[in-house]
Design a protein around this ligand. Structure first.
Ligand code: GLA
Length: 460
């Protein structure tokens, strides 16, 4: 009896100590394609195989997309042994066959279930079958599991997802674990050791308001993200028809700035040139996939107009100007100041920097983007000095050594990095695919409604 007891204690202890998440996965935000946004329950073997083919022929694979994820509705029931049963009409050869095909193309295979008793489309969920399902997924050859929260009623989120994490680990096949509990229990606070990504909000819809509302909710979450642990603002809607090309470009840019997983959700077989130019913008993708894994922080928030900064490896950074408003705006941008700012550095989240001595007005300060901006000649992207431009939408000019400035004598220089001055960088427009030719350090930039400008500060 004592021997048995010791054995059980040992097994329990062993399982408890060793179960963890697979920690060498998703070191950069996962990229791939998921069926849900476009096809909902209309999933089938043919669709998945054609999507895998299109992933390659369209250049998506070369651009870094690798997971093909079947969302809800592939499963119909459980058999007498509790084994999950796939829809035999839609997947006549079973799931392993689909996985093998995807793998034969050099891609990876993802599947979907829910932590509750049913999925959101009322298919059988994983509750009570976690270890069995994990073994089944390993047998199929699954590389990525999206685990939803439907049918969960009184369950505790952290324990439920930890249970499935342990089941996956015990099954032994490395699987990216995508937590999808819609941000209800603040998973960013507990999921870093449980999953590789976690949804932060409810579902995205294919329209501007939904997309920008989700984006607005990411503002305080940057510090929780990093290699192997990502905030997930939901899958992409790019190419699904409900937003303008400009809005889709904004959607994609913002997701890349946030170091979000990039799960395309459109019809890969029928992509317009505009959709391709967005999803396949390698310069934008490189910002998302940067090895530092830093999520952008908001450097200036003037309501409709914001500036976001994402620190990149090699002492580089990406800066995104965002015009959320319904109006075209002319924005005065001080590239010299932008060269000096550091994501998560001084000035972030705090009060705006002080005005340089004698500066007239505070261009770029919250609440100043009203009348004067509207009076500007729209579309005039000429060069002009920032000083003396009251009411402009750009950033204020920081005097050398002013709070927020990180000039040659500032902390950037003292820390032994390349001094954060414009002399040391070229400024790359990530959507125009060219370097800016700056006659002056400040310049007016024309911004369409609902648009972004994304600049990469590339070290010379
Ligand atoms: C939930 C998820 C979606 C999708 C559907 C499928 O709503 O949040 O992303 O997986 O379920 O039913």
């Amino acid at each position: 009896m004592k021997k048995y007891l010791l054995f059980f204690v040992a097994v329990f202890f062993f399982a408890g100590v060793t179960a963890q998440k697979f920690d060498q996965l998703a070191k950069t935000p996962p990229m791939g394609w998921n069926t849900w946004n476009k096809f909902h329950c209309d999933v089938s073997e043919a669709l998945i195989m054609q999507a895998a083919d299109a992933m390659i022929s369209s250049g998506m694979k070369d651009a870094g997309y690798e997971y093909i994820v079947i969302d809800d509705c592939w499963q119909v029931s459980r058999d007498e042994n509790g084994e999950i049963v796939c829809d035999a009409e839609r997947f006549p050869h079973g799931m392993k066959y689909v996985a093998d095909y995807i793998h034969s193309k050099g891609l990876k295979f993802g599947i979907y279930s829910s932590a509750g008793t049913v999925t959101c489309q009322r298919r059988p969920g994983g509750f009570g079958h976690e270890y069995q399902d994990a073994r089944t997924y390993a047998r199929y050859g699954v590389d990525y599991l999206k685990y939803d929260w439907c049918g969960s009623t009184t369950q505790d989120a952290k324990s439920s997802y930890t249970n499935m994490r342990n089941a996956l680990y015990t099954a032994g096949r490395p699987i990216v674990f995508s937590i999808c509990e819609w941000g209800s229990s603040k998973p960013w606070e507990w999921a870093g050791d449980v999953g590789h990504l976690w949804r932060t909000t409810g579902d995205i819809s294919d329209n501007w308001n939904s997309m920008i509302d989700i984006f607005n909710r990411q503002k305080d979450l940057s510090r929780y993200a990093g290699p192997g642990k990502w905030n997930d603002p939901d899958m992409l809607e790019v190419g699904n028809g409900g937003m303008t090309t400009e809005e889709y470009r904004t959607h994609f840019s913002l997701w890349c700035m946030l170091a979000s997983p990039l799960m395309a959700g459109n019809d890969l077989q029928n992509m317009t040139p505009e959709t391709k130019s967005i999803l396949l913008n390698k310069e934008m993708i490189a910002i998302d996939q940067d090895s530092l894994g830093q999520q952008a922080t908001c450097y200036r928030d003037n309501g409709d107009y914001q500036i976001w900064v994402k620190t990149l490896s090699n002492n580089e950074k990406a800066v995104c100007l965002l015009n959320k408003s319904d109006e075209r705006k002319s924005v005065l941008v001080d590239f010299s100041l932008l060269a000096s700012v550091r994501s998560r550095g001084r000035g972030f989240g705090g009060p705006p920097p002080a005005a340089p001595a004698g500066a007239p007005g505070m261009p770029g300060m919250p609440g100043t983007q009203g009348a004067a901006a509207g009076q500007r000649t729209q579309g005039a992207a000429g060069t002009q000095r920032a000083q003396g431009a009251p009411g402009s939408l750009g950033v204020p000019v920081a005097a050398p050594g002013a709070p927020g400035g990180m000039g040659p004598g500032g902390p950037g220089g003292q820390r032994g990095f390349t001094p954060l001055t414009l002399d040391n960088y070229r400024v790359r427009d990530v959507w125009e695919h060219k370097d800016l030719v700056l006659k002056e350090t400040s310049m007016y930039v024309d911004m369409l409604p609902h648009s972004v400008k994304v600049y990469r500060f590339v070290r010379k």
